[in-house]
Design a protein around this ligand. Structure first.
Ligand SMILES: [Zn+2]
Length: 205
């Protein structure tokens, strides 16, 4: 799924906790947002492998949730929300498309790397690709309740995520062509092979 969807899911995970602990609601929402987007910081460095850990994040979450329920300090609650949001992100990507540049062609069998079993998990394609119309529908349905409950800067983040979602869905296929043109016509001619080696495989034909 696209990054704004993950950001909104992270906020939605944090929402009930932020309502239960209004004294540190901002920390809860920030933790959810951060955990929701964190795995995609690996976009250009081993995407869906370097920071996506569907098994390990799940195990860590299961260990930390009881501690958060018992202790209830801001730190442990914040860390727990971030971990749960990163877990949900890593697992959600399995139900999206593959890792190829044009995921709507459905040619890649790589969705998310499973470090525990040391193999790639195949994409389920419930959401065919990041930026698909059904991805936008998911974003809108999660953003709906958030728009009525969150306030201040988090409300603006929700509105911003929706604006980015709509633009991304409209431009998704064009962006793939632009990326390919950029790589073929400029980067491949300008960069030495030693640097081109760092380019993610999906951009190199
Ligand atoms: Zn991801």
């Amino acid at each position: 799924m696209m990054l704004p969807t993950h950001a909104l899911v992270g906020l939605a995970i944090a929402l009930p906790v932020s309502v239960a602990f209004p004294e540190f609601a901002s920390l809860c929402l920030f933790s959810g947002l951060f955990g929701g987007v964190f795995p995609d910081f690996d976009l250009y460095i081993g995407h869906r492998k370097t920071l996506h850990f569907p098994v390990y994040y799940s195990v860590l979450s299961l260990l930390v949730i009881p501690a958060a329920v018992l202790v209830q300090t801001p730190w442990i609650i914040g860390i727990t929300i971030a971990l749960v949001a990163a877990t949900v992100h890593s697992v959600m990507d399995i139900f999206g498309g593959g890792l190829e540049l044009r995921p709507w062609e459905a040619t890649s069998e790589r969705a998310v790397y499973n470090h525990f079993h040391d193999h790639w998990i195949a994409p389920r394609r419930w959401v065919r690709y990041d930026g698909a119309p059904e991805d936008l529908l998911l974003s809108l349905s999660i953003a709906g309740p958030l728009l009525f409950v969150v306030e201040g800067r988090f409300l603006w983040i929700v509105v911003g995520a929706l604006a980015v979602s709509v633009s991304y869905v409209v431009l998704r296929r064009t962006l793939a062509t632009i990326a390919e043109t950029l790589v073929e016509n400029f980067l491949k001619k300008m960069l030495p092979d030693s640097l081109l080696a760092y380019l993610p495989a999906r951009y190199v034909r």
